[in-house]
Design a protein around this ligand. Sequence first.
Ligand code: KG4
Ligand code: ZN
Length: 358
Amino acid sequence: MTGTAALVLGIETSCDETAAAVVAGGVDVRSSVVSSQVDLHAAFGGVVPEIAGRAHLELLTPVVAEALGRAGLSGGADLAAVAATVGPGLIGSLLVGVSEAKALSLAWDLPFAGVNHLEGHLFAALLDHPGIGWPVAVLLVSGGHTLLVSMEGPGRYRLLGQTLDDAAGEAFDKVARFLGLGYPGGPAIEAAAAAGDPGAFAFPRAMLDDGLDFSFSGIKTAVVHAVRAAPDATDEDVAASFQQAVVDVLVAKTVRGALSSGAKGLCLAGGVAANEALRGALTATADELGLPVYLPSRAMCTDNAAMIAAAGWWQLEHVGPTPLDAGAHPDLRLPLLAADGAAAGGGPVARTGRARYR
Ligand code: KG4
Ligand code: ZN
């Protein structure tokens, strides 16, 4: 590899989006194709792993061809590397992307980068804001994870807080399901909330004044009780009140984490970061504090392959390629700095191994 114009093909198949993208030099998105399987899973109210794996098998080759085509490429000749998500995620889905990426890297004689999906989300903001001043406090809120991280630069992460139970996106999905608003829950709640009163119900703000960890299992139960006690309540009011409670907690903890870690800015990542109420509230609070906010575009918050190509480019430049005998890791954790500031893992295998949070 490499250099600032090196073209990396990224592949993302960890959950229910089949995605491929071409990114130059880690920041310049030449193409980003996301084929959502939402319609296939909606009838079941959530992602069905077997269906996801099979759909990735069918969709990935055309999605990769589309990404190459939109970037003006017809094959691998002008690419510098192939990157793919190796975890965390659904094993059957991950293996489809990892196998395709390895096959392409062998066929085209290109280095392979196995990328941590969570680290990919952290790179999404860099695509739109390459000049970030470090460190930044990043709130990573997705369907499976809620992490508050001090990012000292690419590859340098300290954990500030995390959820003790459900992820923020999971709470959106469960409440939407209970209200019958459909799957995926986040966009459905956001749409309903737009016509509701966020003050209609005083849902609990768990651990609001207490530390940097989160808890979202109680609010789901509170919503169920509130709706049973007030059967005439509108979905819009319940959705707006629920969203407000979650946003209040997310913003309070992110700001607290930023202040306690000496952050020079704030950042959002992950699917829930597409939520306009969260984006607006965090921006307003940060403005009052005089801290810049780096928001990825909404398309870069939810799962996509451009963030994987960006993280893969950085990894290849600074860590090196991933051996082709490395596998997929459904429970992969974010690689964290050791207490002495040493980067987690000495090489690509360690980086794709199972580092522990604590
Ligand atoms: O990052 P992501 O696309 O996939 C995972 O890595 O999990 O995040 C998906 C999660 C789902 O829980 C979805 O309901 C939530 O992000 N989400 C949202 C919004 N868009 C997606 N939550 C709130 N508001 C949204 N607009
Ligand atoms: Zn994700």
